[in-house]
Design a protein around this ligand. Structure first.
Ligand code: CP
Ligand code: NVA
Length: 315
């Protein structure tokens, strides 16, 4: 069975740790892993805009010895013109892995079901698991081992970032708190999955609409845009509903004394976070952005090793 990375819990707790350890090693030694040596290609599709994901996959695939092929979906046949299944069967004959930023999680599942090469979710409406590997790497760097740390996410808890925080942090054995108003809380199925994982890892899951309760004693404070890609039409109602969940200096003051702040970026100062927080000493957002490169290199190297010997050209 080909291993894919479509959502955060596609890695077991032990596997997530292996990837994070490898990410740290690759950060210290940039060219330590060369699974794509010889310019083997990884296709990276974008249905939505991107700066970090696009650049970090380009750099990372190059560092692994490979050749990144970055494709805007509207300039390919994938944008509704050719079925995902047919695309998947073509790609496995040509590339070592497929990375895709898209809307529906079901599209990623269809791609994965139809191909023998690893498929990586580079952000969907439901999850942003590559981002969480970078975020967890950043927490380890600043605060040490992940199990037992308390992380509080504020704002649009039903977004890809809210969902990924639940699953990835539960997998890491952390105490994850999602703080959002009722209409922006994660779906019951994601909460249930995270709760089940946390019971195995010694972590815990809390969903609340009380920012002070969520912030109190937290080791890691996190937020994300209130207006994710695809819901721009709801901008004003989201600003109105989520305003009380802004990460302010006052809220940071309730967290642990040495709490850190994360944001996947792009950030909107004055909306989900005050400028003095994201630009202040607790903020690790630039390390977090850089770690996209290291974490994704580790993930790709890990997936390629798991799936070796490659079945890419055998069908
Ligand atoms: N954080 C993140 O995924 O950024 P981009 O949208 O720029 O890729
Ligand atoms: N939740 C945001 C993340 C951007 C990297 C979005 O989907 O637009």
């Amino acid at each position: 069975m080909t291993r894919h990375f479509l959502r955060d819990d596609d890695l077991s707790p032990a596997e997530q740790l292996e990837v994070l350890d490898l990410a740290a090693r690759l950060k210290a030694d940039r060219f330590a892993e060369r699974p794509l040596e010889g310019g083997k290609t990884v296709a990276v599709f974008f249905d939505k805009t991107s700066t970090r994901t696009r650049v970090s996959f380009h750099v990372g695939i190059s560092d692994l010895g490979g050749s990144p092929l970055i494709i805007s979906s509207e300039s390919s046949q994938l944008g509704g013109k050719e079925s995902i299944g047919d695309t998947a069967r073509v790609l496995e004959r040509m590339v070592e892995a497929v990375v895709w930023r898209t809307y529906a999680q079901s599209g990623l599942e269809e791609m994965a079901a139809g191909t023998s090469v690893p498929v990586v979710n580079a952000l969907s409406d439901d999850f942003h698991p590559c981002q969480l590997l970078a975020d967890l790497q950043t927490v380890r760097e600043r605060r040490g081992d992940l199990p037992g740390q308390a992380v509080a996410f504020f704002g649009d808890g039903a977004s890809n970032m809210g969902n990924s925080y639940l699953l990835a942090c539960a997998t890491a054995g952390m105490h994850v708190r999602i703080c959002a108003p009722g209409a922006f809380q994660p779906a019951a199925e994601v909460i249930a999955d995270a709760t089940r994982i946390a019971a195995e890892t010694g972590g815990s899951v809390t969903v609340t609409d009380d920012p002070a309760a969520a912030a109190r004693g937290a080791d890691v404070m996190v937020t994300d845009t209130w207006v994710s890609m695809g819901v721009e039409g709801e901008k004003q109602q989201r600003i109105d509903a989520l305003a009380p969940f802004q990460v302010t200096s006052e809220l940071m003051g309730l967290a642990a004394d040495d709490a850190m702040f994360l944001h996947c970026l792009p950030a909107y100062r004055g909306y989900e976070v005050q400028a003095e927080v994201i630009d202040g000493p607790a903020s690790a957002v630039w390390d977090e952005a850089e770690n996209r490169v290291h974490a994704q290199k580790a993930l790709l190297a890990w997936l390629l090793a798991k799936n070796a010997p490659s079945a890419a050209h055998e069908r």
